[in-house]
Design a binder for this molecule. Structure first.
Ligand code: PLP
Length: 384
């Protein structure tokens, strides 16, 4: 018999059956009317989810691909940019920019700290000549969600554009691309958008397009202009992952039918439930203990326990996949994602698995208390 598996990682995330069923449909040709109809609807739905009137460019790529596209289209060798680094994905921005010869100034934090608009404003003032600021709305490696609205305002004040990695946050927590004055937003299919990995997106403001005109970095596949022109005719420049686009269209339909606000509220309540359960077991949170941590709950591994072994054991014994720590946090934390197609019973299952594994490792935990507290916390209505 097929063993039941549970995916509790912060990406890729579980995919609803309607979306999986769409993946099984016959492959359509990308230049025919069947695909064009779906392509158009999917691009329109993306604009709604990004909360923008501008084009959303779609690529067959991982999220990091559109991150790289942002650097390549916006920056030239020697340009000065600021990157907020408070975890693995902030670090990725800095690494990509350096690979393109960009002069990167990092606004460095301890992993787990929350970047602030005040720190950014001070750094931009000090530098005086930064052209762009690169941010991570939800730093998936730590569970921190930062205030990109305030940070974008600080960047604008200093004459720099703001580029936001919203791969794990888009569709999970509020992000108002146009209303908040965010110049560039990148995201991917495999987190809150409830679709398998393989599609990434990016949208850019007029100011960002003007920077692109001046960029001297080489681009071809990721040349935004090539994709913008082609998408305007619903004629993709290269073969898109057509089956994934069909699936993404279904997933975005589900998300928008339920309403983005409903999704945001659910994520807040899932975060509450997860934190309540973790604390009930006497474990210490690594991610913030407040409603901002609606995307990922990161937990310190108790003394004497190896975090990576704990995660592997949950997989081997119960078929549950949680995430370990990355970089300096490897072995020290574990992470439960609650992004996209999750409900409170997913949280309850993950907590029950952790509880069993820790009790077997000798921890003194009252049996069932985590699940009980999680269900109680879920009941409280949330305001986003
Ligand atoms: C998942 C993720 C990415 C993209 O990762 P890929 O593996 O390249 O798709 C980028 N940033 C954040 C914050 C993420 O969570």
């Amino acid at each position: 018999m097929l063993e039941k598996r549970y995916l509790f990682t912060p990406g890729p995330t579980p995919v609803p059956p309607q979306v999986l069923a769409a993946l099984a449909e016959p492959v359509v040709h990308h230049r025919g009317p069947d695909f064009m109809r779906i392509y158009e609807r999917c691009l329109g739905r993306l604009k709604e989810v990004f909360r923008t009137e501008r084009d959303v460019l779609m690529y067959g790529s991982s999220g990091s691909g559109t991150m790289e596209s942002a650097i390549a289209n916006l920056c030239s060798p020697g340009d000065r940019v600021v990157v907020a680094v408070a975890g693995n994905f902030g670090l990725r921005w800095a690494e990509i920019a350096r690979a393109y010869g960009v002069d990167v100034d990092t606004l460095e934090y301890e992993w787990g700290d929350t970047p602030t608009a005040e720190d950014l404003a001070a750094r931009l003032k000090e530098l005086g000549d930064a052209t762009a600021v690169f941010l991570t709305q939800s730093e998936t490696s730590t569970g921190v969600v930062c205030d990109v609205q305030a940070m974008a305002a600080a960047a604008r004040e200093a004459g720099a554009i703001t580029v936001v990695d919203a791969v794990s946050s888009l569709g999970a927590v509020p992000l108002e691309t146009d209303a908040w004055g965010i110049d560039v937003v990148v995201s991917g299919s495999q987190k809150a958008l409830m679709t398998p990995p393989g599609i990434a997106m990016v949208t850019a403001s007029e100011e960002a397009w003007a920077l692109r005109e001046r960029s001297r970095s080489p681009t071809y596949y990721f040349d935004w202009e090539r994709t913008r022109k082609a998408q305007a005719e619903l004629d993709a420049p290269f073969t898109p992952p057509v089956s994934l686009v069909v699936a993404l269209d279904v997933a975005l339909g589900l998300l928008l039918d339920g309403g983005l606000e409903t999704a945001f509220e659910r994520h807040v309540r899932l975060g509450r439930a997860c934190r309540a359960g973790i604390k009930a077991m006497g474990l210490e949170l690594f991610s913030p203990d407040d409603d901002s941590a609606a995307v990922v709950t990161a937990v310190r591994v108790p003394e004497g326990v190896d975090g990576d072994k704990l995660v592997l054991g949950l997989r081997d014994r119960f078929g549950m996949t949680l995430a370990g720590g990355q970089g300096p946090l490897k072995g020290k934390i574990f992470r439960i994602g609650h992004i996209g197609w999750f409900d409170v019973f997913d949280i309850a299952t993950a907590l029950a698995g952790v509880e069993l594994a820790l009790m077997e490792a000798g921890a003194d935990i009252e049996r069932g208390v985590a699940v009980t507290r999680a269900l109680d916390a879920w009941e409280e209505p949330a305001r986003v």
